[in-house]
Design a protein around this ligand. Structure first.
Ligand code: NAD
Length: 265
């Protein structure tokens, strides 16, 4: 039996990168997983590839197109998961965006875009998952993706850092409010993880004159990482599966750092 056997999980931002890896690791440990993403075609392909990979007598994979900032779409994603698998046990609020801008150039549009997906999207995701868990009689786990940018400000990404600080406080507030329903809320904070997100970040950094070439920002961060390299998505999935499992049942309100020793607080 796997560590999360039979647990019904939703992972947002699961068409690629960290979210896809979280979902696949959960499947490997026996969970049933709804891969959800705003990119509906791509996330359906991810689900299909996994269906082929873990094929067995029972349906254990599904997918949903969702914009995490739209409450009705979030409700529909949860309803689809419950129709498919009968319940919801674990909800990962992982979808996130970044769009670097120099601090003095940050616009309301840039702020609202990033805070919308990373902040409001996380809050709606927590509320609607909890509503379903409470309707089932309580119990469940909500797990939010924070960041090293939840701990300190970085150059050229002020709204992103603000949004990830918000994820920490939402995790703490949610943990307090939902404890009476036996729902835990935790989070994990990756350092620098090599995903598609960095391709866009590199392009944006070059556009604003903050980098000369792709990969420069990652290289500069690498020198600050005690483990000597940036992470791959596989480096975070041991922790995310642990947070989804019964092994972490006594934890709530906490953020686990997975940054290779980039921050020491
Ligand atoms: P990514 O860009 O590779 O993947 C993010 C996914 O989220 C994409 O598939 C995208 O389509 C989806 N998405 C974007 N907006 C959405 C919306 N409104 N609704 C639903 N889905 C949406 O990014 P990643 O690197 O895998 O990052 C995943 C999470 O980890 C994010 O919350 C990110 O902030 C966080 N994080 C990443 C790093 C890193 O270095 N890559 C570090 C710390 C934290």
């Amino acid at each position: 039996m796997g560590r999360v056997s039979e647990r019904v999980c939703i992972v947002t931002g699961a068409a690629q990168g960290i979210g896809r890896a979280i979902g696949e690791a959960l499947l490997d440990e026996g969970a049933k997983v709804c891969f959800a993403d705003i990119n509906g075609d791509k996330v359906a392909e991810v689900a299909e590839a996994n269906r082929a990979r873990v094929s067995g007598p029972d349906e254990v994979v599904t997918s949903a197109q969702v914009d995490v900032t739209d409450r009705e779409q979030v409700r529909a994603m949860i309803a689809h998961t419950v129709e498919t698998f009968g319940r919801l046990d674990v909800k990962f609020n992982n979808a996130g965006v970044n769009k670097p801008m120099k601090f003095m150039d940050v616009t309301e549009q840039n702020w609202n875009f990033i805070m919308g997906v990373n902040g409001l999207g996380c809050m709606i995701g927590m509320q609607e998952a909890a509503r379903q868990m409470i309707a089932q009689g309580g119990g469940g786990k909500i797990i939010n993706t924070a960041s090293i940018a939840s701990r300190q400000g970085f150059d050229n990404v002020a709204p992103y850092c603000a949004s990830k600080f918000a994820v920490v406080s939402l995790t703490q507030s949610g943990a307090r409010d939902l404890a009476k329903h036996d729902i835990t809320v935790t989070g994990f904070a990756p350092g620098v993880v090599a995903t598609e997100m960095w391709d866009q970040v590199d392009r944006d950094l070059m556009e604003i004159g903050a980098a000369d070439r792709p990969g420069q920002a990652m290289e500069e961060f690498s020198s600050e990482i005690l483990r000597g390299r940036v992470a791959t998505p596989a480096d975070v999935t041991g922790t995310t599966t642990f947070l989804a499992s019964r092994d972490s049942d006594y934890m709530t309100g906490q953020i686990v750092m997975i940054d290779g020793g980039m921050t020491l607080v």
